[in-house]
Design a protein around this ligand. Structure first.
Ligand SMILES: Cc1cc2nc3c(=O)[nH]c(=O)nc-3n(C[C@H](O)[C@H](O)[C@H](O)COP(=O)(O)OP(=O)(O)OC[C@H]3O[C@@H](n4cnc5c(N)ncnc54)[C@H](O)[C@@H]3O)c2cc1C
Length: 533
């Protein structure tokens, strides 16, 4: 299937923009991008582009931790089996095996670089999360694992003399010549558009939670990388699979903070407005069932009790343990006058993790020569139709390292050539009627939440597609001057692909629950839905 989108977001000409040359270009400075940059041979130059400050990424907000087999009683085969149990038959067994086997060494590497993971009695403290049959989640600062890992990654990148980070720089599009990637067109407030020429390019732009009104993702997660890869000719797949986190803080006026799954791992209950613990009514695994099961149960219970949320209850747990294990959650809730050791926390599901993305092989190679991809922007085959909790930081580490090493080897083979090329880009209809961009963005986010959320059906998806097609017709041909418009164009492009895939997949599988096709259909749907321009 294909969607007609202009090849580039903006027009440009090599004579009228500055040029920059690097060996390896990394687009995105979350965990995947920084791990990739650090894997490049120090003799080669690396530029990392991030659209806001480097600290602003999904990676920085990760709470629960990284899954790895550390306990001698645990087994790599069990971690792999739990991963496949969550993701189903769309998981690629070779990828699963590779990633989970590498987990312990990637954790050791982080420790060697200076990451302080939480310990008990001198040993790594291991948490347990939904879908894991064993305690195997390594965490830091209680519930601020991402912040601690990113502190160390950023420090290492700052100390690497071959790596430059360009903050507050928006990547508009990948540059391709004869079908191969040659770098990217970027924009910032100081230099305007710049053509960055690279021997090898790694895409690590993260996810797309911002397509939804309710999400745990920060503002940067607008799916830009998926949209630009699609425009450049890469393949996208599994776009129908967005994972909803069951427990996102729901307080009017408050941020949509994630309340970590680890709370349920420590024994927290989900209760409805009447105080009834409802999860055992839906699944024998109760609060430790996989995310999609818990999200669906919550939405059903909200409907049954006619209430906009349910509650997470930690009041029966040891007060001291709760406060030391979840200091971040306690602090956020305290801002809204909630004491998590005494009060129940109002929660509901929110868009959290995008399983779909750019198709890559075992090493992170995309279908566009010289273009690699790592992290949440990809669909590697690890998560299948549903990610197992705490497997995504791990995936970012593993694929970050592999793409960095591979891109480095490939770049070292190419001789220096500081010449810009002419890249054909079509003229634009510049429509001058101003648009209320925030209004369209809000409408899109609400529509996605309503019609492409936890539960879907053909009628809702079709209506959503028609609205988005209409918006696409007048937003995509326009030329905008700054990231607000470009993000909206990317969000529309990615939303459309997600809806097309969700409509096409007439079954319920993993994170996609179709009210009109409530069963899994292995006969017809044991396959990926792919898109290529
Ligand atoms: C609240 C929260 C909690 C989570 N907890 C966990 C957890 O406990 N365990 C776990 O395994 N996973 C967790 N996840 C998921 C995990 O954090 C992400 O999947 C992972 O960090 C993705 O890393 P990444 O490097 O691919 O992307 P990100 O960390 O999101 O980085 C994306 C980067 O791309 C840049 N970028 C994007 N678009 C552009 C553009 N157009 N131009 C330039 N730069 C661009 C951004 O600036 C950013 O630097 C959590 C996610 C959230 C939101």
């Amino acid at each position: 299937m294909s969607l007609t989108v202009p090849r580039f977001l903006v027009p440009f000409h090599p004579k009228s923009v500055p040029h920059f040359f690097t060996d390896v270009l990394v687009i995105g400075g979350g965990l995947a991008g920084l791990r990739a940059a650090l894997a490049v041979d120090p003799k080669l130059s690396v530029v990392v582009i991030v659209k806001q400050e480097i600290k602003e990424s999904n990676s920085n907000y990760a709470q629960g931790g990284v899954a790895a087999v550390i306990d001698p009683d645990d087994r790599v085969e069990d971690h792999a089996a739990d991963t496949v149990e969550a993701g189903g038959t769309l998981c690629d067994p070779e990828v699963v095996e590779r990633v989970v086997s590498e987990a312990p060494s990637r954790i050791r590497e982080l420790i060697d670089w200076g990451t302080h993971f939480d310990k008990v009695g001198g040993q790594l403290a291991l948490g347990r999360e939904g879908g894991h049959g064993h305690r195997r989640i390594v965490h830091a600062l209680g519930d601020a694992t991402g912040r601690e890992i990113m502190r160390v990654m950023i420090l290492n990148v700052e100390q690497a003399r071959n790596i430059e980070v360009w903050e507050n720089t928006f990547t508009l599009d990948l540059l391709t010549l004869d079908g191969a990637c040659r770098g990217a067109l970027v924009w910032n407030g100081r230099h305007g558009k710049t053509m960055v020429w690279a021997k090898q390019t790694i895409l690590a732009t993260g996810g797309a939670g911002q397509l939804y009104r309710e999400t745990t993702n920060p503002d940067v997660a607008t799916g830009d990388g998926m949209a630009m890869a699609y425009r450049a000719g890469a393949e996208l797949r599994d776009m129908e699979f967005m994972q909803f986190h069951p427990t996102v803080l729901y307080i009017a006026g408050g941020s949509r903070s994630l309340i970590s799954e680890a709370t349920r791992g420590e024994g927290a209950w989900l209760v409805d407005r009447h105080g009834h613990r409802f999860m055992p009514d839906y699944d024998p695994r109760a609060e430790l069932a996989p995310r999609d099961v818990v999200s669906l149960a919550i939405v059903s219970q909200m409907e049954k009790t006619r209430h906009p949320n349910v509650y997470l209850d930690l009041t029966h747990l040891d007060r001291k343990r709760v406060l030391s294990r979840f200091p971040g959650i306690a602090a956020v809730c305290a801002e809204f006058d909630l004491d998590i050791t005494r009060d129940r926390i109002p929660v509901r599901p929110g868009a959290h993790y995008m399983m779909g993305g750019v198709t890559v092989d075992l090493e992170g190679r995309t279908l566009v020569p010289n273009l690699w991809a790592a992290g949440e922007v990809t669909a590697t085959g690890l998560h299948g139709a549903n990610r197992l909790a705490s497997n995504s930081l791990l995936e970012a580490l593993v694929y970050g390292a592999h793409t960095g090493e591979r891109a480095s080897l490939a770049a070292a083979e190419v001789r220096d050539d500081f010449a810009a090329s002419v890249i054909e880009n079509p003229r634009f209809d510049v429509l001058t009627e101003p648009l209320h961009l925030a209004d369209i963005r809000n409408s899109l986010q609400s529509l996605m939440w309503r019609s492409v959320g936890v539960r879907r059906d053909a009628e809702g998806l079709q209506e959503a597609l028609e609205s988005i097609n209409h918006w696409c017709r007048y937003v995509l041909p326009r030329q905008f001057a700054d990231p607000t418009g470009w993000e909206l164009q990317n969000m529309l492009c990615v939303s459309r692909l997600m809806i097309e895939a969700a409509l096409e997949r007439e079954e319920t599988r993993g994170a996609q629950f179709r009210l009109d096709f409530p069963q899994i259909d292995e006969t017809h749907w044991h396959r990926h839905i792919t898109f290529r321009r």
